[in-house]
Write a new protein. Structure first.
Length: 286
């Protein structure tokens, strides 16, 4: 068993069970989740801080950790910690935050040559998606785009299945060789982000998990559906690493999105693949 699988499950259960519900209408649970993330970041030497902002009279917080040099170019890796309405949100998106926390551990053990900033975002879910109140939008607008190499966003990275006819796509795939089983991780971006997509896909394959990349127009429905699109608005390359959400996971935005439904072994491969991608970026001067 992958030694990373156990802490990944622990983090998912903490977020989806102990801090449930964690949507914008339950700011106290959001605060508890943010403090938990801050504590784990601190444990791994990430020198965490909060980026606070007010929406509808309540304070919400992005949680930021930093590894590597404090000056020069940096890479962003993020995931949103809120869930939709009162759903547990194990896959969406406790899985992504768990991946972020374990990536912090790997970065402590493998200090990068350039800056890596990990960000747990508030308020990705409706009614804030696509607005200036998204935590990722708040984060992106306060960056200097010239200093940002790109952003990698974990958006649902825990649901996998080896059964046939479990994977769908938002476009015709007949005769084109697309997989019918939901056993892969997808790496999604726009044209500006294609290099980061390629590097991340390669990292996933090296970590032993099948990967499929999709680079397309921002007008395609599936392309911008997470926090990575916030960075596009400021000219920053951004990609989404995902199990494809509702195209595979029938528990999406439902009460059935629980910790017991996830595959922590393959989640660990996704985190390792991201670490491999970060090491590759170091050598390619991105």
């Amino acid at each position: 068993m992958n030694t990373m699988a156990t802490p990944l499950e622990m983090h998912v259960r903490m977020l989806s069970e102990e801090f449930h519900p964690r949507d914008w209408q339950h700011p106290k649970n959001m605060d508890k989740a943010a403090s938990y993330v801050e504590g784990i970041f601190s444990l791994y030497g990430g020198d965490p801080s909060f980026q606070e902002f007010k929406v509808y009279g309540s304070i919400y917080r992005n949680v930021i950790a930093r590894f590597g040099p404090r000056t020069g170019p940096k890479l962003i890796v993020g995931a949103h910690y809120d869930s939709c309405c009162t759903t547990p949100g194990a896959d969406d998106n406790a899985s992504g935050v768990a991946g972020l926390l374990e990536l912090a551990r790997l970065l402590r053990e493998n200090q990068p040559k350039f800056g890596v900033e990990l960000v747990a975002y508030a308020l990705e879910e409706p009614p804030f998606f696509g607005t200036e109140w998204m935590g990722s939008y708040i984060h992106a607008k306060n960056l200097d785009p010239k200093q940002i190499m790109g952003a990698i966003v974990f958006e649902m990275i825990g649901y996998f299945t080896d059964e046939d006819d479990t994977q769908t796509f938002p476009f015709p795939t007949e005769g084109k060789g697309y997989p019918s089983r939901g056993d892969f991780i997808a790496v999604v971006g726009n044209e500006r982000s294609h290099r980061l997509v390629d590097i991340t896909e390669l990292g996933m394959r090296r970590a032993g998990i099948p990967a499929l990349s999709l680079v397309g127009s921002e007008e395609m429905d599936i392309i911008p559906l997470s926090d990575h699109s916030s960075y596009w608005k400021f000219g920053i390359p951004g990609i989404m690493v995902t199990d494809t959400a509702f195209l595979r996971n029938k528990n999406y935005h439902r009460a059935q999105d629980t910790a017991d439904t996830l595959d922590y072994e393959r989640m660990a491969m996704v985190v390792n693949g991201t670490m491999m991608a970060i090491k590759t970026i170091k050598h390619r001067g991105m």
